[in-house]
Every structure is written in structure tokens, then in C-alpha cells.
Design a binder for this molecule. Structure first.
Ligand SMILES: [Zn+2]
Length: 191
């Protein structure tokens, strides 16, 4: 009886060995695989057209305007000003300018005192935003008059309905900044 058991064990072992050997023999040779996204056929007539998705990273420098975006990250609205006292335009600029549009002198930076309160000059409702404006639509685009500015910058009203002359306060997306101009916006101001 004991002998039989040993024999069976040996048989099993031998079988296992064969199986292992077989596995090695049947292993598929390495093949080159397609690792891309399968394209979709848009049309076949009169000629084949495929939809081929492509991703792109646009590397963009803010250059001399970088302090404006640093300011937004800190919850500050920064403007540029011409330091040339012979220049006819000494008011502040937002969006900032690297050089004075009137005399071409390099601008200096001024931080607007908080809270920044403005007045809606005009507004429009945006239903279809352009590429790069990642805001849910429809949203209110507002042009806001800010005291001391030579410009009337465009931004958006976060909540509420705008009217001409409405007082608004600047707020900032400092928690999860987009590092774009979308990081400042306006909210209704009671005061
Ligand atoms: Zn100037």
C-alpha cells in the first residue's frame, strides 16, 4: 500500500514536470502592441476621414505681467502705472501693461487697497464662452469701473444679476487658483 502511494506521488511529480515544461514551450513570443486610442471613422465616402484625438500643452509665459498673477494668487488686485511724470496718462491700468501705451516707459506696479469696490459700467450674458474660459454658462460678463483706473476691465459676476451702476466687490480664487485671469471676479456689494 505504501509502495503504491509513493508510485502515485512520483507519477504526479512527473506529470507536473511535463506540465511545467509544456508551459515554457507554449509561451508566446513578445509582440509589439498598439497602445494608442482607437480612432473613430467619421465618414467613408467619398474618402475615409477619421477622428484622431490629440492633446496639447500650451506653454505660456506671463513675462513682465507676472506680478499681476502673483497678486491674484495672494488675493490682491495689482495694476500698472506709468512712472514718467511728463506722461499725459498717470492713472492705473488693468489689465496691466508692461510698457506705457502713451510714452512707452516701463510701468511700475501698484496694489489696489482692499476691499476693491467697483461699479458696473456695462454687462452681457455669455451663453457660449470661448476656448480657455472654463466657466459654467450662462454667466454674467461685467465691465467694472474701478476708481483711479484708466481702463474698465472685463471680468465676471460670480452671483446675482447685474445692472448698470451696481456696486461690486472684487474677490479672489486663492484656494484652488487657475493661475489665469479667472482668479478674480466680482460679487454684489452692499455698502
Ligand atoms: Zn507714460
Amino acid at each position: 500500500m505504501a509502495k503504491k502511494k509513493v508510485q502515485i506521488k512520483k507519477k504526479i511529480q512527473a506529470k507536473k514536470k511535463v506540465q511545467t515544461k509544456k508551459k515554457v514551450q507554449t509561451k508566446k513570443p513578445k509582440e509589439t502592441k498598439f497602445i494608442g486610442q482607437v480612432t473613430k471613422i467619421r465618414q467613408t465616402e467619398p474618402r475615409t476621414v477619421i477622428e484622431w484625438p490629440r492633446a496639447m500643452t500650451h506653454v505660456h509665459t506671463y513675462g513682465l505681467l507676472s506680478p499681476f498673477f502673483e497678486g491674484l494668487r495672494k488675493g490682491e488686485l495689482r495694476a500698472t502705472q506709468c512712472p514718467n511724470n511728463k506722461c499725459p496718462e498717470n492713472r492705473l491700468w488693468i489689465p496691466p501693461r508692461a510698457h506705457c501705451p502713451d510714452c512707452h516707459t516701463e510701468m511700475i506696479w501698484k496694489t489696489l487697497p482692499k476691499p476693491v469696490i467697483g461699479k458696473i459700467y456695462t454687462f452681457t450674458q455669455v451663453v457660449y464662452a470661448g476656448i480657455g474660459i472654463e466657466l459654467s454658462t450662462p454667466y454674467w460678463q461685467v465691465d467694472v469701473e474701478i476708481p483711479g483706473l484708466a481702463t474698465i476691465p472685463k471680468s465676471y459676476l460670480l452671483r446675482g444679476d447685474p445692472y448698470i451702476g451696481m456696486k461690486v466687490k472684487a474677490e479672489f480664487r486663492t484656494k484652488k487658483p487657475t493661475n489665469t485671469v479667472l482668479d478674480y471676479y466680482w460679487v454684489p456689494y452692499e455698502g
